[in-house]
Design a protein around this ligand. Structure first.
Ligand SMILES: CC(C)(COP(=O)(O)OP(=O)(O)OC[C@H]1O[C@@H](n2cnc3c(N)ncnc32)[C@H](O)[C@@H]1OP(=O)(O)O)[C@@H](O)C(=O)NCCC(=O)NCCS
Length: 211
């Protein structure tokens, strides 16, 4: 049988086996297990449980076993009270965390399906987008490629944390976003031109001094 047909039937089979759904309280132990197996320095299980309690969680299941999950939240605990996070209050941006798939289930598109479901839910809840912190440069590029997130390399609020901060907006901003891009382009072309002119001037004066 041709290889392409074999591969096709395998991936279709995997898709049917893996169930993507909103996580329930009974799923917490399974999610904690996935996170503890996926991250080199996982949080304490009780801390994860607390965070899960204040988040919405999407899980990937094979039968009753949890093999992957992603969480997102718009609240945090402050002085013993559950309050909206500042970025949600200001911009309706959710915080996405805890994306993980068990090693033996990776590279089957499970993470992409988890995030797609989380995005769909956040969008339905009228969020403007989400932000997060990619574990590594490679994972950050995965977010860019799969979900078109924007990496925020100069995010001052996150310069001290490890990882690559990113964000995604569900709506394209209008006139001012365009204006910002145009200004950036103009500035960069002006700087390039000034630099080229200065460099040519220096080169010429150096050459004339040599002769
Ligand atoms: C990151 C992680 C969640 C991905 O899970 P996954 O289910 O294997 O992801 P998917 O199958 O949806 O996506 C993998 C595919 O994305 C594509 N991909 C990945 N990086 C890419 C990139 N930079 N450019 C283009 N495509 C890319 C590839 O096609 C890859 O499949 P391939 O390796 O077979 O070619 C998983 O590796 C994991 O749990 N890692 C440890 C914890 C972690 O780093 N979490 C992320 C925190 S932000």
């Amino acid at each position: 049988m041709p290889k392409a047909i074999l591969l096709g039937s395998k991936s279709m089979l995997c898709k049917r086996e893996i169930d993507i759904a909103q996580g329930q309280r009974g799923d917490y132990n399974g999610i904690i297990l996935v996170l503890r197996r996926s991250y080199p320095y996982p949080e304490d299980p009780e801390v994860i449980r607390q965070n899960l309690l204040f988040s919405q969680n999407v899980v990937a299941k094979v039968g009753s076993r949890i093999v992957g999950s992603v969480s997102y939240t718009n609240v945090r605990v402050s002085k013993g009270e559950v309050v909206e996070t500042p970025r949600y209050r200001k911009n309706k941006m959710y915080y996405v965390w805890g994306l993980a798939v068990l090693p033996e289930y990776r590279r089957r598109g499970i993470a992409a399906r988890l995030v797609r479901e989380a995005e769909r839910d956040m969008y339905r809840k009228k969020a403007n987008g989400y932000f997060g912190n990619a574990f590594s440069e490679e994972v950050a590029q995965w977010w860019v490629c799969m979900f078109g997130v924007r990496l925020r390399r100069l995010a001052l609020d996150r310069l001290m944390t490890a990882g690559v901060p990113f964000e995604k907006r569900f709506r394209q901003e209008g006139f001012f976003e365009d204006l910002k891009t145009k200004c950036r382009e103009l500035m960069s072309s002006l700087l390039t031109r000034t630099y080229t002119r200065a460099k040519t001037g220096i080169d010429e004066s150096y050459k004339s001094r040599l002769h």
